[in-house]
Design a protein. Sequence first.
Length: 116
Amino acid sequence: MGNGGNGTPESNNLETLLRRAAYEAWAARREEHQDRSRDFFDRAYLGHYTNVDHYVETLVDDYELDAKLDAAIAEPFRQFVDIDITGLARSLARNGTLYAISATPVGVWVFNGEIE
């Protein structure tokens, strides 16, 4: 799902439902003293993805990191340089840059942990 809707009313409706469910799950996990406002949620919410790795793959694509590596590293060396998507995802979660809440039955909702 992520941010890749095709713009049809049906996909917009699904995105709205996912966003509402994400808000409810997120608000339920917040502690009593933490901000549960919709505005705060909107700033932290990054989207619905199949898993955190999928979110990181979209970051790599959005920042065109593979193309930048292609431009910066000549063959034959480029074939040995790759971005460790899973390692990057784990690192971002471990250091609190992002976190995910399980989106039962499928996927995760991803949030910006630096906004907390």
